[in-house]
Design a binder for this molecule. Sequence first.
Ligand SMILES: Cc1cc2nc3c(=O)[nH]c(=O)nc-3n(C[C@H](O)[C@H](O)[C@H](O)COP(=O)(O)OP(=O)(O)OC[C@H]3O[C@@H](n4cnc5c(N)ncnc54)[C@H](O)[C@@H]3O)c2cc1C
Ligand SMILES: Cc1cc2nc3c(=O)[nH]c(=O)nc-3n(C[C@H](O)[C@H](O)[C@H](O)COP(=O)(O)O)c2cc1C
Length: 594
Amino acid sequence: MAAVPFLPKNAPFTVEDINLLNELVARSTPLQRSWLSGFLAGLDAAQAQAGAQPAAPPRARVPMTILYASESGNCESLALKAKKIAQKHNFDAKVFDMADVDVSVLTKTKHLLIYAATWGEGDPPQRADDFYKALMSDAAPKLDGVTFAVLALGDTSYVNFCMTGRLIDERLEALGGKRGFDRQDLDLDFAKQAADWTEKTLAKLAPADAPAGSNTVVHVDFKGAIPDLDPSEPEFTAENPLQAEISALVNLNGTGSSRETWHVELAFDNPAFVYNPGDAIGVLPDNDPAVVAELLDAVGLSGDTGLAQKLTNEFDITALTRPAVAAYAKLTGRADVEKISQGDAFTAYAEDRQLVDLFVDHREKLQPDQLVKLLRPLPGRLYSVASSPAAHPGEAHLTIGAVRWNRGDVKRKGVTSTYFADRRKPGDTARIYVKPNRHFRLPEDGNRKIVMIGAGTGIAPYRGFIEQRAEAGATGESWLFFGERNFTYDFLYQLEWQDFLAAKNLSRIDVAFSRDQPEKIYVQHRLWQQRADLQKWIEDGAHLYVCGDEKGMAKDVDATLVKILAETAKGDEEAGRAKLKELAKAGRYQRDVY
Ligand SMILES: Cc1cc2nc3c(=O)[nH]c(=O)nc-3n(C[C@H](O)[C@H](O)[C@H](O)COP(=O)(O)OP(=O)(O)OC[C@H]3O[C@@H](n4cnc5c(N)ncnc54)[C@H](O)[C@@H]3O)c2cc1C
Ligand SMILES: Cc1cc2nc3c(=O)[nH]c(=O)nc-3n(C[C@H](O)[C@H](O)[C@H](O)COP(=O)(O)O)c2cc1C
């Protein structure tokens, strides 16, 4: 028989009591000891119940569905962070990308949290389009008994600010859902407010205390939930950028071109700055001091150098947003400005103007704090990274199209593109961060074929892709479709593509120069011309990529791909569309469009 262990000398009793208890324990039977332990436990519980501080009973873990509609990853990252916070509030939360599930997911649990971004001109992100349409259709499920909350991301410089989130929020209520927390619509500086909203919403929705012993997880069939990805931010973010050195700055277009596209090389020696081909690099620019001076002059604050510095580095003085116009109207009491903030009048006024124009056109003297209150923080701009870190350790390359336009005699320009084009030189620094894009990735299998379609600066990520595949010794064939205006001036990275072809790192290239002949030829026309081979490549498992302008190119390329796939289905356009969706679901049709 095993010896009964004795109470140690450091047990919380007097020496006499330890001896007494040891004597008692030594001569007790197992049954007596077991009875005694139960009795003592019961005694404690009864005393605790009668006492002033009952221990908090364990709570039930309640299933929750977190859904996101995201294009460039902001909502995705918020949803993944929310999952962790939900756990703290006793939820068993699963995260779904709207791209991967159908609307029946809405009825899986009684608690629903949605993060939705708006793209295009008030549209849902492309990958969430099917889900969104189904939600808005008559076939959407009833949501009686479901409590929901929606956080909408957007940009106040777009007329349809946060439209997708707003419409989803309304629709969930119309379907019988109960709004558990008010929707919040957030601008580009969403990080802190989104974190607050998530915390408050989850605290409000958190399951009420349940009786002791019910702390079991309620199991729900969560098929389709995305695997637990690490939602941790990259080391360098918009809030914590890296100072990189500009090591090269070259205009890629030939003299005489109607285009101005800058190749920018950024150098850094911090190994924590990590990116993958397909990611975007964010840049926090400085405003043009000339525009800052123009604005300060308009509001009667010229000469305030401290304020000028702040406006240069910290505030958005160019994006003309409806809320800013409305706030200026309210502050100044001007009826003419109030008129501009309304409906179509705003759209017409904002078409070719910047915020600085509002102050210049409607001059009023302001105090520094009044001015600052009208401005939003200066947002970063994203650029598809044009390099492979394997080919260029410690560097990130960008391909940036300069944005410039005239309104009569007034010259206006994009802040970041001309920050590089006009106001930076090699040796200067720039504040940068990484915006990972897990939806624009090379296939892991280097033997896979890839087809890369892009126009203008849409060429950028493909340079990174081919460099990466060359470094990795990938053997899969690769095919580039590139479009621009003129062969002579605008063939971006022409020599590099020729070298890649010669080294067999690139297998094929088809170019479309729209202005080299009387009729316009674009990349989608080349795709159509080459459709027989393209169909074969797709049958062979090729991954398709589209990068660049959404309105002018990506939509037409999408429609052409549908037509090409329809041809293999005897012209059935629905079948072509279904096939393209299937490719997208399988990660074989990926887009990086803006
Ligand atoms: C994921 C992603 C990847 C991107 N990758 C690239 C890339 O690789 N290369 C690249 O060049 N860009 C890229 N962009 C676009 C880039 O982020 C910027 O939007 C672009 O460079 C303009 O920024 P800016 O600061 O120069 O102009 P801003 O100061 O932001 O001004 C742009 C605004 O000016 C106004 N505007 C522009 N042209 C006119 C006009 N003719 N008339 C009247 N108003 C006008 C419009 O309101 C427009 O929104 C990408 C965007 C995203 C979201
Ligand atoms: C090409 C483009 C179009 C956009 N259109 C809108 C829009 O119509 N309305 C809006 O509120 N925000 C618009 N945005 C801003 C995005 O909603 C915002 O950047 C958001 O944070 C993106 O979230 P995501 O990364 O989850 O996709 C647009 C952004 C881009 C780049």
